[in-house]
Design a protein around this ligand. Structure first.
Ligand code: URP
Ligand code: ZN
Ligand code: ZN
Length: 487
């Protein structure tokens, strides 16, 4: 199938220019003015609209088994909802149970993801350590296109790892040319505070935020960065929600370290007051980790995105419906952690970022696709509008408006954390592999049309890091054998 996108303004991470874009056989084959539509080509009128790389969400959890239940959104419904919001790729997480083979878990997730409607890839979590894990990290990078590993510093007693595991895993990943990512919260501190709050009789969702104060994230982010620095390894902090973690990343980057930070739109626009909602079910619907914060943290996150100190935006899309959240009715530590939003990420960021002058349209592209593609070694196949790139595009209507609601969204969850927000900036058409999968409100995704995308190790930045580390490697002192002292 071929498709001509006519009359729009192409917006990339670097520049904006009037141009048509012609796609054939799943790829962009021409970018230029006045392109002709060959017979049979579909023509999309992009007059007055922006033609941008499709959004890439580097942090989702479709059908994740978690906290005694399974996330309600599966790979088909989730990637379809993503397409309705202008996304054309996700990077989800394989999360092996402690002691489970990483390869076995990887195949489990690959099976679940076969129903995805748009392209996808996987980070693999390291949830325990041993020779088997070390070996399997190598197999995943060499044979299965995995170039990033995830570490949870929280969820004590489940998938949390300690500093010893971080050191071993970061060192191994560095050897393989793979990037380590971390969920930065001090799990011991969270556990301690949870216990103490329950003892005080605080059992409601407000306890969730009280047990995970900003310092808990700031300390863990700083520790993960320090551990990475000790090894000369890069590190990527997922869902940065606080001023403290933002500053830790900025300090490290100013000192020349390769540290990356990801922000979720929900942390930019929703604050901690939601946990004090008098309705338990509403308050519980917002339970996610890290939790929503006092408002002033939002300004720090926006500043991080605008300054380039924070590079990517994701959703951590992990949906649980009200009956699932109800598992924590009497104890906030049992409320499944997670919120949705893959359908709304792009609109929330456009409306509150570009619409308020915090971001330029080019910066918007950078933080919704290009930086992610570069950091996780997908660029320029993804995250670019250029000949030879995949035809994964969004035709963005900067003046279009919609009101977000669970009544009209395509996400398989009964609540929308942005309920009632009216946003300007909407995906008018989404093109995945050269096919129109969302057009003027019509969702045309196909179950199973998504492809698993390999991500090779050793992206360019790793070659620079390897060179730097080689020039700065530890050198011992070559001493002459001493004859001065004889026993
Ligand atoms: N974020 C969240 O609350 N749930 C999903 C697991 C994680 O990313 O921590
Ligand atoms: Zn997390
Ligand atoms: Zn997550």
């Amino acid at each position: 199938m071929s498709i001509l996108i006519r009359g729009g303004t192409v917006v990339t991470a670097e520049q904006s220019f009037r141009s048509d874009v012609f796609c054939d056989n799943g790829m962009i084959v021409a970018v230029g003015d006045g392109l002709d539509a060959p017979t049979g080509a579909e023509v999309v009128d992009a007059g007055g609209q922006y033609v941008m790389p499709g959004g890439i969400d580097p942090h989702t959890h479709m059908e994740l088994p978690f906290m005694g239940t399974v996330a309600s959104e599966d790979f088909f419904s989730g990637t379809s909802a993503g397409a309705a919001g202008g996304n054309t790729m996700i990077i989800d997480f394989v999360i092996p149970a402690p002691q489970q083979s990483l390869i076995e878990a990887y195949h489990q997730w690959r099976g679940w993801a076969e129903k995805a409607a748009t392209d996808y890839s996987f980070h693999v979590a390291v949830t325990w350590w041993g020779d088997q894990v070390k070996e399997e990290m190598g197999v995943l990078t060499r044979e299965h296109g995995v170039n990033s590993f995830k570490h949870f510093m929280a969820y004590k007693g489940a998938i949390m790892v300690d500093d010893g595991v971080l050191l071993n895993s970061f060192a191994r990943a560095q050897e393989l040319g793979a990037l380590c990512t971390v969920h930065a919260e001090n799990g011991d501190a969270v556990f301690h505070l949870q216990k103490s709050l329950l003892e005080q009789g605080i059992t409601g969702p407000e306890g969730h935020a009280l047990s995970r104060p900003p310092q808990v994230e700031g300390e863990a982010a700083q520790r993960a960065i320090a551990i990475a620095n000790v090894l000369g390894a890069p590190v990527y902090i997922v869902h940065v929600s606080t001023e403290q973690a933002t500053q830790a990343i900025a300090r490290a980057r100013a000192a020349g370290h390769r540290v990356y930070g990801e922000v979720l739109p929900q942390h930019l626009v929703i604050d901690e007051s939601v946990y004090r909602d008098p309705d338990w079910q509403t308050a519980a619907a917002y339970v996610m980790s890290p939790p929503f914060r006092p408002k002033h943290h939002q300004e720090a996150l926006w500043a991080g995105l605008a300054s380039g100190g924070l590079q990517t935006t994701a959703t951590d899309h992990c949906c649980f419906c009200a009956p699932q959240k109800a598992a924590g009715r009497d104890n906030f530590t049992k409320i499944p952690n997670g919120t949705g939003g893959i359908e709304d990420r792009m609109s929330i960021l456009w409306h509150n970022g570009v619409g308020t002058g915090r971001l330029t349209p080019n910066e918007f592209v950078r933080i919704t696709s290009t930086n992610c593609a570069q950091i996780f070694n997908l660029y320029p196949r993804k995250g670019a509008v250029q000949v030879g790139a995949d035809a994964d595009l969004v035709v963005w209507d900067p003046a279009g408006t919609r009101t977000i609601s669970a009544k009209t969204h395509h996400q398989n969850v009964d609540f929308n954390i942005y309920e009632g927000m009216e946003v300007t900036g909407v995906a008018r058409h989404t093109i995945s592999q050269g096919n129109l999968v969302w057009t003027d409100g019509d969702l045309r995704t196909v179950r199973g049309a998504g492809r698993y995308i390999d991500r090779p190790c050793h992206p360019p930045v790793f070659r620079a890091i390897d060179r730097y580390n080689e020039l700065h490697k530890a050198v011992g002192v070559d001493r002459e054998v001493s004859t001065a002292v004889t026993p």
